[in-house]
Design a protein around this ligand. Structure first.
Ligand code: NAP
Length: 484
């Protein structure tokens, strides 16, 4: 049964035989159906070069669904909404064939001409695809039309501008949904709620009471089978320019006057505009590349023959300063890398210590108040306070107050891609990246990329399975802090 609020839509996936489609998109569409976010009026039209039949495509979709034991959904009925048409996106004549097929399917599934074009392909094809969609009338299905684009959006500011120019020749900014899947994560979305719904935090959320903020996103895995892609990218492009700076913007922004996409974006943009320009890269940023470690015998440069002399960073740590009234003087430290000791994305807000602590004999034992926001894989919040050490007269010990999101919401918590796909269907752009944000974040990181690409590093400089190079510890030590 379709209910009134369920979007009606045709989802056209370019790159339907690829990894992203299999691992993220098909399972997300399945969950949207399972959670009754979409009903019967949807159709998925996949395309790529491989000459699959509809049946082969549907088999692949079935295989990609991992929670298929759910009795709530008939899997055959679900995959019957999936169709496949082989085509090479560089061949302009294939778009007319696709348009004809799509129109038929839209008639069968009554999708009212609403179309999402999902480009799950390498960005080198984006310009060609959007042009051909425009030239062949595929943008005008009679309903709304939206374009979803994956990262990376360019390699630097000039290439991002060029890419944007190509896409904008065919689509308006409000039709473009640039995915940053971190913005779909439940706890990233929770940053705003924790801040703006709690006086005890928001009143203290400034340079008078916060000493520093640390954002870490560490991965245990290395580059796996994506070595050649990763080597063109590195940690700054892969993680910092997008996910890390987006989290910084959410942590630092002013409360929006309303919870609309425009108002939230406008506040995030103010933060990105206030990022202090990087003048001396190596004073504020540390790069790393993993070597062998006790549990991982393969260094980055041994992952593939082409990486033998690679100068690409698999780790970056940095100190970001925001020159505005609220944050003047407060460092935001970010760090992200591969082959680190644990998989974790975490934000730690370190509050300033009180002027005189009566309860710790040794000043070194004194523990500042910390607010820890766990983004993944655990989701939750922990607040570190000090309390009386039982059995003593005047001694304190740090205690933790923890809210474990997974225990309470695990079953209902939607996946990032599921949420973002649904947001796109209902036209909510809040958790997508606007071009202005893309431009400002590239502008910020470009000096780092330029400097590092032109100066060879002494790599490897951290052991696989560690938390990065020693210089990353030094970066905080110079300011009297340390990574928690
Ligand atoms: P992938 O596995 O290499 O898939 C690429 C797709 O493009 C395949 O379906 C391929 O199918 C198709 N393709 C290539 N050339 C084509 C052509 N000329 N005409 C038509 N189809 C063509 O890549 P992916 O990992 O899915 O990534 C897709 C995009 O998502 C990339 O921009 C990537 O950076 C981004 N992304 C991926 C992930 C992830 O987890 N995988 C995460 C974040 C972002 P055929 O070979 O059958 O043509």
């Amino acid at each position: 049964m379709n209910n009134q609020n369920q979007p009606k839509v045709a989802i056209i996936i370019f790159g339907a035989t690829g990894d992203l489609a299999k691992r993220k998109l098909f399972p997300s569409i399945y969950r949207l159906v399972k959670n009754k976010k979409i009903g019967e009026n949807f159709v998925v039209f996949g395309t790529a070069r491989r000459s699959w039949s509809n049946e082969e495509f549907r088999d692949k979709v079935k295989q990609s669904i991992t929670d298929k034991n759910s009795s709530e959904i008939d899997l055959d009925a679900f995959v019957s909404h999936f169709y496949y048409h082989p085509s090479d996106v560089t061949n302009s004549s294939s778009y007319l064939e696709m348009e004809a097929l799509l129109q038929d399917l839209e008639g069968i599934y009554q999708t009212e001409g609403n179309r999402i074009f999902y480009l799950a392909m390498s960005p080198e094809f984006f310009g060609d695809i959007t042009n051909s969609l425009n030239d062949n009338g595929m943008k005008n299905g009679g309903g709304w039309t939206r374009l979803v684009i994956e990262k990376p959006f360019g390699n630097d500011l000039p290439s991002a501008r060029k890419l944007n120019h190509e896409i904008r020749a065919a689509f308006k900014e409000e039709q473009i949904y640039r995915i940053d899947h971190y913005l779909g994560k439940e706890m990233v979305q929770n940053i705003e709620v924790i801040r703006f719904a709690n006086g005890i935090f928001e009143h203290l959320w400034n340079n008078r009471f916060i000493a520093n903020i640390q954002v870490t996103s560490s991965e245990e895995i290395g580059v796996e089978d994506r070595a050649s892609y990763y080597d063109q990218s590195g940690a700054v492009r892969d993680m910092m320019q997008n996910h890390m700076l987006q989290m910084v913007a959410l942590l630092a922004m002013e409360p929006p006057i309303k919870l609309t996409s425009e108002e939230i974006r406008s506040e995030k943009l103010k933060v990105l505009r206030a990022l202090r320009k990087i003048e001396n890269v190596d004073d504020n940023f540390v790069r790393g590349q993993y070597g062998e470690g006790p549990d991982y015998p393969i260094a980055y440069q041994q992952e593939a023959p082409a990486l033998a002399k690679s100068n690409t960073e698999t780790f970056v740590a940095g100190k970001i300063m925001i020159d505005n009234y609220r944050w003047a003087g407060v460092p935001f430290y970010i760090r992200t890398g591969k082959r680190m000791s644990k998989k974790s994305t975490q934000i730690i807000v370190e509050f300033k210590s009180i002027p005189m602590n009566l309860y710790y004999k040794d000043k070194k034992e004194q523990h500042p108040n910390l607010l820890v926001i766990n983004i993944s894989p655990n989701e939750g919040i922990t607040l570190y306070l000090n309390a009386k050490k039982s059995g003593t007269e005047n001694e304190a010990i740090p205690i933790k107050l923890t809210y474990d999101y997974n225990q309470i919401n695990a079953a209902n918590s939607p996946e990032a891609y599921e949420k973002l796909l649904y947001d796109c269907m209902i036209g909510d752009t809040t958790n997508f990246t606007h071009w202005d944000e893309v431009a400002l974040t590239w502008e910020y990181v470009d000096p780092i990329l330029k400097k590092w690409e032109s100066t060879p590093a002494e790599f490897p400089n951290y052991k696989a399975g560690s938390m990065g190079p020693e210089a990353s510890e030094e970066l905080l030590k110079e300011d009297g802090f340390h990574w928690w």
